[in-house]
Design a protein around this ligand. Structure first.
Ligand code: F6R
Length: 613
């Protein structure tokens, strides 16, 4: 969601802020702004729209001189996207400027009180309330850090803040509660940002602020205080990302690059955890006795991560014989789930910051359920709070629509399934060996799905169908889980109305929507259900649907008898097949979106990490 960048040093701040914000564009935003201390006053420039608009407004930063400032990309929550609602927000008397990521839940109450105290407001945002509250205390206390502390103590909700005070040039205060914020050490200069890509050009020495932290920053120093305002040390981390991880490297879009990175990402996730033909999960401390006493596993996540959970249900239940229920994180807390010490709550999140997922996890902890998180971003809130963490080594995912994170999350589900099944003795050794052996080849088989020839074929089908108004994705069992993810990809990046259904469910209602020319993407790879899935497919075809089939290479001839438009993927162990089947669906959505001139890496209204509930 919103992106924050802050800079203090000797270089011109505005171009650095603009460049940093451009590295956070992937988070999703609808307006942008900067505030720079210039000639003794805080000067703000902000505008609705893409960063290019702001860039034009201030001539790439040259129009505002000054060596420290804060910048922001806003994803609207309180108040529509507009110039006036954009950040930074100035307090009434112009002494305090604030950028904010998160939501202040009690802002209306605070606003009423501040109005009574004579403060005026320009925008509809909760952030302007923060600026005025700090200014109110600053006027009383004449002390910037203490004013921030007093104001923050009154805020309810989630917030990462970057704050400047006109009377204290050269000092910035950063505050974190629930929304992510990092500090970056430079040489004679310092930075804050919502995420690492904004800092990579300048520093790799960072600190993840913890909840409740307040950092007082100058160009040469930083002091961290905890929620009690006690001085604390924070752990310095060194980011080892290759800078290319945050660049497109010749690909037209991050999404395409990340699709092609999947063989490496999957290999990086699986291979360190397979040793001498066995799955070894050093990351977690889960014993056989604990598993044997488990009554239930909940899988809690949002969006694509939830669809990984839906696939996980089939795999874990079938292989480990433990009841598994995937639940949308936004629903979990409010559905009174039955859980306790004999419940494992598996939490899946690429960003590790998704507010709904984090809240669901905390609810599980309150009920003494054990939490095991599958997370991509090291040091993120969910990773820090979970009882156990397994990292997906996907590397930074920049495109809003997930691809490689999805694939690596699925890989971790395979690893967990085998690990639990071996501990519980619910899997035959030969079956275990055959899955492990196929897992070590998964990256090569994903590469085969990405050959030039296969990509060209998918592009060809995208050209046939890119004008579709509606689409259905149908499949059975694991194929149904893959369909959910494929359908979401088409919706989010190509803006085509699309629904995923279990193929057998279609005739119980949705088939009434099938008419001449409706696009139906049918995934048929599950051997035991192949004939049934083919019957479902013929049912829609005979009602006028245009069917595009996805199946395994060995089924191609049989498939083509009924459906001429077919994309094939190599065969693997049936449990691992979703890792291959999803690849053409990702590419199909990508090329359809390209042909429809959509903003692929930053689809409208979407944010990469959804830090509000
Ligand atoms: C879809 C997508 C989203 C995320 C969802 C959860 O392409 O990326 O549906 O999967 O917002 O995000 P994380 O995994 O960061 O918790």
């Amino acid at each position: 969601m919103c992106g924050i960048v802050g800079y203090l040093g000797s270089r011109q701040a505005a171009p650095i802020l603009l460049d940093g914000l451009s590295k956070l564009e992937y988070r999703g935003y609808d307006s942008a702004g900067v505030c720079v201390m210039s000639g003794g006053i805080l000067r703000v420039a902000k505008a609705k729209g893409r960063l290019a608009v702001l860039n034009g407004l201030i001539d790439g930063g040259k129009a505002i001189e000054g060596t420290f400032g804060i910048g922001h990309t806003r994803w609207a929550t309180h108040g529509a996207p507009s110039d006036v609602n954009s950040h930074p927000h100035m307090a009434d008397a112009g002494k305090i400027a604030v950028v904010h990521n998160g939501i202040i839940e009690n802002y209306m109450r605070l606003k009423q009180q501040l109005l009574k105290k004579g403060k005026h407001f320009q925008s509809e945002t909760d952030t302007e309330v923060v600026a005025n509250l700090i200014e109110y205390y600053y006027d009383k206390l004449k002390d910037f850090p203490r004013a921030v502390r007093r104001a923050v103590g009154q805020l309810e909700g989630s917030f990462a803040l970057g704050i400047l005070c006109q009377d204290l040039p050269g000092t910035m205060i950063a505050v974190k509660k629930e929304s992510p914020l990092i500090f970056g050490y430079g040489d004679g200069e310092n930075f804050i940002a919502s995420d690492v890509p904004a800092l990579l050009k300048h520093t790799r020495k960072i600190v993840h602020l913890l909840d409740g932290d307040i950092a007082i920053i100058t160009k040469d120093s930083v002091q961290f205080y905890d929620a009690f305002f006690d001085r604390v040390e924070r752990k310095i981390e060194y980011v080892d990302w290759d800078i290319s991880a945050a660049e497109k490297c010749g690909f037209d879009h991050f999404m395409l690059k990340e699709i092609h990175e999947q063989p490496t990402a999957v290999k990086g996730t699986i291979s360190p955890r397979i040793r001498d033909g066995r799955v070894v999960l050093d990351d977690i401390k889960i014993s056989r006795d604990y598993l044997a006493g488990l009554k239930k596993i909940y899988i809690v996540a949002c969006g694509s991560s939830y669809y990984v959970g839906c696939l996980g249900k089939y795999l874990l239940e079938k292989t480990c014989r433990i009841p598994v229920e995937p639940v949308l994180a936004s629903e979990f807390r409010y559905s009174a789930p039955v859980m306790g010490e004999d419940t494992l709550v598996l939490v899946i999140s690429q960003s590790g910051e998704t507010a709904d997922t984090k809240a669901a996890m905390m609810e599980a902890k309150r009920h003494h359920a054990r939490t095991l998180a599958i997370v991509n971003v090291v040091g993120s809130a969910i990773a820090l709070e979970a009882d156990d963490v397994i990292y997906t080594w996907a590397g930074p995912e920049i495109a809003v629509a997930t691809t490689k994170a999805f694939s690596t999350q699925l890989s971790v589900i395979y690893l967990i399934t085998l690990y639990f099944a071996e501990l519980l003795g619910t899997i035959e050794p030969a079956e275990y060996q055959s899955i492990v052996s196929e897992m070590t080849k998964l990256d090569q088989k994903i590469s085969l799905c990405l050959t030039r020839e296969n990509v060209a074929k998918i592009r060809y089908y995208a050209e046939q169908y890119f004008t579709a108004r509606d689409a259905f994705f149908i499949g059975r069992n694991l194929d149904c889980g893959v369909c959910r993810e494929g359908s979401l990809k088409l919706k989010e990046i190509a803006y085509i109305h699309s629904e995923a259904y279990a193929a057998g469910e279609l005739k119980h209602g949705p088939i009434s929507l099938i008419e001449d020319g409706t696009l139906v993407v049918a995934v048929c790879t599950v051997d035991a259900l192949f004939d049934k899935a083919m019957s479902n497919l013929v049912e829609v075809q005979s009602r006028g649907a245009e069917v595009l089939g996805i199946t395994t290479e060995n089924r191609e001839a049989e498939f083509k008898v009924k459906v001429p438009s077919v994309i094939t993927v190599p065969e693997t162990h049936p449990m691992l097949q979703p890792s291959l089947t999803i690849i053409p669906l990702q590419l199909f959505s990508y090329y359809v979106a390209l042909l429809r001139n959509c903003d692929i890496d930053m689809p409208r209204n979407l944010a990469k990490s959804v830090t509000v509930e």
